[in-house]
Ligand binder design. Structure first.
Ligand code: ADP
Ligand code: MG
Length: 480
């Protein structure tokens, strides 16, 4: 397959749905919350009862504009809502209120790892309910399906990219950056597993050098970044095989099955005219004043790319900066530590080292631990003042996460403060030298790299508490 790959160019465009974290739904007063008792968040509006009218939630529009600005989009002065008709048991009204030809955001782009990906548009719409299918968890062995309409009417922003990506890796990078952005600006949890962020991947292939795109297939049901990459890889191979055998790719929607690791045909892809879109008669077109846009622009928080650049300007490597930004909890914690005036270098070593390892091992977020930014800053200052060594710091940071004890208290209780008293270090150093006559002879004979061995022995004797600089100097003096 690898050599066949060289004959084709891959074209990918993503449609990403982000559930907006508003308090209430887009057109109804029901609480917008995941994980509640089924069908408990269902007002007559959500149920599509006759005679009810939708009322637009202003916060949804605010979040739509904020996201659009973060994605370098234009926010047109006017947008409107349209009805998209289709029948499905999770859609009681028989239509979805969406935006068709006048969306809230247009013409944006995102720079992802040096590549610019165009964003065609982003539009607001309502989510449908959720079907719990026959035989699935909860109704195992059943021959019927159930519907939970809590999700119906949840606000969504659908972000549609240009067909600008050329590999599964680029698609993944774009999706990850999009997730970072919606999380940092606070409009979406970005949780692929729970479905608060969902992605449809459109994929086609064409002979290398061609200017005409091939027919695309749309892949749904991808619920992790790695699954997205796997699904695209599978789909590329499937399409190449069809074309190589003289067949034609058909335009259709396919479902990714992450267990069997293949896509399966779900349905022929509808064209827009099949939905009979028309302007939603129950909602006025929306005028968005330039003042409104400016007000939101003024509140734009620092974006992931800006954060990475700021961290790099503090001396972090690009890799470290990216890893911290990827984990928002850690980045916010790190920012707090920096605000309190700690040295970025030492802070990063702790955060990327012991802290990140512990969190990964225990599957925790930093906020699940008892470590406060203040306590980490105090620990760092103890190291900078040479009260304790870096090694001792590494030993006690885990306890600080577990029980919240300040570093100074642990150091005092356990007698961990660094020995800088030259007299005490000299005594230990003399003992070490006397105990290793062979090494001393070798050192004196020119094997100066043995100094490290002696330093190690002294550190061992003092349980890591001796000041390494003082140890070096004293040993050199004794060994002559
Ligand atoms: P629809 O709404 O019917 O899915 P759109 O025209 O809005 O169709 O396109 C949806 C997505 O498909 C966009 O992200 C676009 O970039 C992508 N796309 C369009 N044509 C192709 C193609 N030939 N190959 C891959 N992706 C494509
Ligand atoms: Mg689509």
């Amino acid at each position: 397959m690898e050599d066949l790959r060289d004959k084709y160019e891959v074209v990918i465009g993503l449609e990403v749905h982000a559930q907006l974290k508003t308090k209430s739904k887009i057109f109804a007063p029901d609480t917008n919350e995941f994980g509640q008792e089924p069908n408990s968040l269902t007002s007559p509006i959500t149920l599509g009862m006759p005679g009810v009218l939708p009322v637009l939630n202003k916060e949804v529009v605010n979040m739509g504009i904020l996201t659009g600005l973060a994605l370098n989009c234009e926010i047109p002065e006017r947008c409107k809502f349209d009805r998209k008709q289709y029948f499905y048991p999770d859609l009681p009204k028989g239509y979805q209120i969406s935006q068709y030809d006048e969306p809230i955001c247009v013409n944006g782009y995102l720079n992802v790892k040096g590549k610019r990906i165009g964003i065609t548009r982003a539009h607001l719409e309502e989510d449908a309910g959720k079907l719990v299918h026959a035989g699935s968890d909860g109704i195992a062995g059943s021959s019927y399906s159930l519907v939970d309409l809590n999700r119906a009417g949840t606000p969504l922003l659908e972000i549609v990219s240009e067909p600008d990506m050329r590999s599964s890796e680029e698609a993944r990078n774009y999706m990850e950056e999009l997730r970072n952005i919606v999380r940092y600006i606070g409009v979406c949890d970005g949780n692929l597993e729970e479905g608060s962020m969902r992605c449809d991947a459109n994929i086609s292939i064409m002979p290398k050098g061609s200017k005409t795109f091939g027919t695309r297939a749309e892949i749904k049901n991808v619920n992790s970044f790695s699954a997205l990459q796997r699904a695209i890889e599978y789909e590329i191979d499937r399409q190449i095989e069809i074309v190589e055998e003289g067949g034609e790719v058909v335009q259709e929607t396919r479902l990714w099955d992450d267990n069997s690791r293949e896509t399966k045909s779900m349905r022929g892809k509808e064209d827009a005219h099949d939905y009979r879109y028309f302007p939603e008669p129950d909602l006025m077109p929306l005028k968005i004043s330039r003042e409104w846009v400016q007000e939101i622009k003024d509140k734009m928080p620092e974006l992931p790319q800006q954060k990475r650049e700021r961290y790099m300007s503090l001396g972090l490597s690009e890799y470290d900066a990216s890893v911290i930004v990827e984990q928002m909890g850690l980045a916010l914690f790190f920012d707090k530590v920096l605000e309190l005036g700690a040295s970025p270098k030492i802070a990063v070593n702790f955060i990327m080292g012991e802290i990140a390892a512990y969190l990964k091992e225990e599957k925790l977020e930093i906020t699940d631990t008892k470590l406060t930014p203040e306590n980490l800053v105090e620990l760092i200052s103890l190291i900078e003042k040479n009260t304790i060594s870096n090694n001792i710091g590494k030993q006690i940071i885990i306890d600080m996460m577990k029980d919240g004890t300040p570093a100074s208290k642990i150091v005092e209780d356990r007698g961990l403060s660094q020995i800088s008293d030259t007299g005490a270090i000299k005594d230990v150093a003399k003992k070490v030298v006397e105990a290793h006559p062979n090494e001393v002879a070798a050192y004196k004979g020119g094997k100066v790299q043995l100094l490290g061995f002696f330093v190690g022995q002294v550190m061992k004797e003092t349980k890591g508490r001796a000041n390494p600089k003082a140890v070096n100097e004293i040993l050199k003096e004794i060994l002559g």
